[in-house]
Write a protein that binds this ligand. Structure first.
Ligand code: NAI
Length: 257
């Protein structure tokens, strides 16, 4: 059991990467705080964890809201006695997120508030709890678009993920002597709700697949496995790193036919 005795809080755990991580972390012995704005999705994740014999609770929280983030961390300490893994995973990719000329200010602000401020608020309340537990691991989900520019415009999303990546490095340095590690995962294109809603035709999906050397979308569980490594003590000397899990997309100049 790689997370025996640990308490993990996962935001956006009502779907996709977050749900797969909740299931995997619980299998490895963690008690999981499942956080989402989507009550039905979050409760379903908890039901699945419990059905496989694990421990989890659901907390409805919007990561862009200060009071919600304070409450989700408090729930981890009240229900499970501490916090060891803070997995800031919740994020959105808005259909109206476009280029600089065509993106409404409201879409920019919504995206930044959830994707970037949400990570800040998770850390604002999560770090004191990690300290009280003697240290732990922060995992922030950025994206391959934090490393590469895309012609498909989604300016607010890309900027938010660049922010997550650089914020993670600074968090890692500031807290390195406190037994708190912070790392970012940069997933490539995944076959989850978030991306499939945007790539909603066969043609759009094919256009994206051309750029992925492995020739397929990633699965949420493939990111969950990377997160498990960063959450566990196996990654005890890993901090401030960019863990790219992308089917080779950021390494490619030309992909195989
Ligand atoms: P998903 O859409 O399946 O799951 C995201 C979850 O976050 C949903 O359950 C949603 O309800 C929740 N959420 C949205 N806004 C929230 C808020 N304000 N507060 C709390 N929860 C909220 O998406 P997926 O693919 O699992 O995404 C997880 C993370 O991975 C996101 O940060 C996303 O940007 C990132 N990512 C995804 C990629 C992909 O291709 N799917 C690629 C690179 C990064």
């Amino acid at each position: 059991m790689r997370l025996q005795g640990k308490v993990a809080l996962i935001t956006g755990a009502g779907s996709g990467i977050g749900r797969e991580s909740a299931l995997l972390f619980a299998q490895e012995g963690a008690a999981v705080v499942v956080v989402d704005v989507n009550v039905a999705g979050g409760e379903e994740t908890v039901a699945q964890v419990v059905a496989q014999g694990g421990r989890a609770i659901f907390v409805r929280a919007d990561v862009s809201q200060d009071a919600d983030c304070r409450a989700m961390v408090a729930a981890a300490e009240t229900e499970f006695g501490g916090l060891h893994v803070l997995f800031n995973n919740a994020g959105i990719m808005h259909a109206a997120d476009d280029d600089a000329v065509n993106t409404e200010e409201s879409i920019w602000e919504l995206t930044m508030n959830i994707n970037l401020k949400g990570v800040f608020l998770g850390c604002k309340y999560g770090i004191p709890a990690l300290r009280r537990s003697g240290g732990g691991s922060i995992i922030n989900v950025a994206s391959f678009v934090a490393l590469l520019g895309a012609a498909t415009p989604q300016l607010a999303y890309t900027a938010s993920k660049g922010g997550v990546l650089s914020m993670t490095r600074e968090l890692a340095i500031i807290h390195a002597r406190e037994n708190i590690r912070a790392n970012a995962i940069c997933p490539g294109p995944l076959r989850t709700e978030l991306l499939m809603k945007v790539l909603n035709t066969e043609e759009k999906r094919k256009r994206r697949l051309v750029h992925i050397p492995m020739g397929r979308f990633g699965e949420a569980v493939e990111i969950a496995r990377a997160a498990l490594f960063l959450a566990s003590d196996e990654s005890s000397f890993v901090t401030g790193s960019t863990f790219t899990v992308d089917g080779g997309i950021t390494a490619a100049y030309v992909t195989p036919e």
